[in-house]
Design a binder for this molecule. Structure first.
Ligand code: COA
Length: 132
């Protein structure tokens, strides 16, 4: 498995199979666009296919938010997600706040990286689930 923080050798064709289970997923082109527009990305690559990714957005001073982490179904439970999170935390180590929203069942997963439970509020405009 190769991990990279660069999009230099990445194209939208390498981004198949993500947003598993989403009723209205972004296209591969939109996926590539959101990677390009992110503050930081870490990708897991297997034979020129992206098999996992994590993104962060940031104000560049204090705060970072991790909106997306996904590993392709065939590659789950091999430690790829953990490595993506570990590497993203390295990228964001000079930030005061690093936040994300997750389901209750995933809280133990993130606690292993030193994250603490917190309460949050969200808006979801489902008509834009595939992108603006
Ligand atoms: C969550 C996810 C990124 C984990 O990636 P992964 O590469 O399969 O995970 P790893 O191999 O690094 O870690 C496996 C561990 O995570 C746990 N885990 C994975 N998915 C889980 C889930 N949905 N709920 C609870 N635990 C989960 C496994 O039980 C395993 O635990 P263990 O280390 O105690 O054995 C992956 O399952 C995924 O893409 N899920 C769908 C998208 C998603 O939920 N993203 C997170 C948004 S906050």
């Amino acid at each position: 498995m190769i991990y990279t923080t660069s999009l230099d050798s990445i194209s939208s064709e390498m981004l198949t199979g993500f947003f598993d289970g989403w009723p209205n997923p972004p296209s591969q082109e939109k996926h590539f666009q959101l990677l390009k527009n992110s503050y930081k990305v870490v990708l897991a690559l297997d034979d020129k296919q992206v098999v996992g990714f994590i993104t962060a957005i940031s104000d560049g001073v204090l705060s970072a938010y991790i909106p997306l982490l996904e590993v392709l179904p065939a590659y789950k439970n091999k430690g790829i997600g953990k490595e993506l999170v570990r590497r993203m935390f390295e990228e964001l180590q000079d930030h005061y706040m690093i936040d994300l929203i997750c389901d209750d069942e995933l809280q133990p997963y993130y606690e292993k990286f030193g994250m603490k439970k917190a309460k949050g509020m969200v808006v979801r405009n489902y008509e834009f689930q595939s992108g603006r």
